[in-house]
Design a protein around this ligand. Sequence first.
Ligand SMILES: Nc1nc2c(ncn2[C@@H]2O[C@H](COP(=O)(O)OP(=O)(O)OP(=O)(O)O)[C@@H](O)[C@H]2O)c(=O)[nH]1
Ligand SMILES: C=C(OP(=O)(O)O)C(=O)O
Length: 247
Amino acid sequence: MTCRDVFSGKDGEVAVDLIVPLKRPSLGKSRLRETLGHPEGRYSHAELVLALAFDTLRAATAAPGVRRVLVVGSDPVALAALRELDVDVVGDGISGISGISGMSGMSGGSNDEGPENGLNTALRVGERLLRADDPGGVVGALQADLPALRPGELAEALHEARGRRAFVADRHGTGTTLLLSSPGEPLRPRFGPGSAHAHTLSGAHPLAAGLPSLRGDVDTSGDLDHARLLGLGDRTRAVLDRVCLLS
Ligand SMILES: Nc1nc2c(ncn2[C@@H]2O[C@H](COP(=O)(O)OP(=O)(O)OP(=O)(O)O)[C@@H](O)[C@H]2O)c(=O)[nH]1
Ligand SMILES: C=C(OP(=O)(O)O)C(=O)O
């Protein structure tokens, strides 16, 4: 199990274990596929979605204050491709795959009144695994579509939360890119349409810092253009550069 030995956060802060949900890349990011058109032949849609996740994870694992990163996904091939990163991977229990990397899969059952969807179910699977190892820690959910993410901005968000259940809204103000629990308390994920509002209603504290790279999730080609202006991670840039080289 991958776990950074030394917590490098600021004084007295609790280390954070992050869950990163990852839908099967060929099925995920359907709005991006629709608005980008049909790049197939130059790169596959799945390759781009996996690159977004790869760059997100590379930044997350480099962020001070992040102790551990657990990817909960639906596709064994995609999960295997992430093994070179300093992350744990596990099946989301939705697609039939479960234990990977020495972890046992668990079903997603819920005692939470938030919306039931694949994403929240996957997060509960991850939360239960992380809590089994550290019942008193802070658990977070980070989206896998933040290709411009800067480790320092993620660290800044963890710092601003200061142990409160808190969230970061996306740049549109409607979605959520990061949700953090209080130490030892349930995450209570309410991801889905309008999740920023749902997280506010559930009592989570909206983090106010600018954090453009942490708010820059990619759902459409417009979001991808925005992330490109912020500065894409290497993997995503390399996939997109191929289009420019060929066109
Ligand atoms: N493991 C898992 N992850 C999910 C699931 N649904 C969404 N995710 C992940 O949750 C994050 C945010 O999801 P969305 O932005 O709604 O992604 P999406 O469903 O791929 O995108 P659209 O098809 O455009 O709605 C991404 O990291 C997805 O990969 C799911 O059913 N299982
Ligand atoms: C599921 C979510 O992501 P998106 O809005 O990017 O679909 C969310 O923000 O709750």
